[in-house]
Design a protein around this ligand. Sequence first.
Ligand code: ADP
Length: 261
Amino acid sequence: ERITTDMATLTQEIDKYARDKKIEIETLKVREEYRKEFLGNVSHELKTPLFTVQGYLETLIDGAANDKKIRDKYLDRANKGVERLIYIVKDLDMITSLEVGNLSMELEHFDIVALIESVFDLFEMKAHKKRISLTFDIDYTAPILVKADKEKIQQVLTNLIVNSIKYGREKGTTEVSIENLIKNKVIVRITDNGEGIEKRNIPRLFERFYRVDKSGSRKEGGSGLGLAIVKHIIEAHDEKIYIESEFGVGSEFSFTLEKAK
Ligand code: ADP
């Protein structure tokens, strides 16, 4: 059997092939840009704490170690720098796994009230240092069972609560509340009366490495990955995350969870 293809069809097919190739190349270019930007950001984030550690160690080697008081202080600071590096690398691991999609979800039933209390306990000292009061607006006696990946939700709560303290004002408040929604969902809200976020910056907030005030935020530590991680985790649960913020007044981050039946 002879197959004859007319010129018009052939030209169309060639055009389509060329178009597809062009799209493929464009996609690769975008990915390459993305990769370069990511690597650039990573090395930038790692440099600051690395140079800090190097600085203290060099000063110690140059003789500062002879004075016990100075030695202890510098060792402590170098150690803090290493802790910060570990923290950044952990966040990088997490975001990479989340973006590649190879992080398995382990759904279980647990009491979200108890989980919030345990996160509060962990950060009570941090809040106390800024005289921020952590309050939980909930009827303590009633557990609320949800179905989610407990460890990952703990990470979400940690990132949001730590942010509310970091960007909160001295003597401010961080309040967590849970509300029952219709259709077997609950919504968890983390509200602060801190510095707030300007409207124009809100759309970019969940991007990895994005920070509103580069110098200010960096001084506060962190990796710039906290909210990107939060967003990925909530979306991996097929849930929603919301933000409401007013510059100079405060912010509210909230997310939904499924109630255990
Ligand atoms: P970082 O490590 O810088 O805290 P995040 O991804 O957790 O990174 O947050 C991104 C940026 O969003 C922060 O640098 C800060 O500018 C802003 N931000 C996050 N949470 C709050 C908040 N509760 N109040 C005000 N600004 C916030």
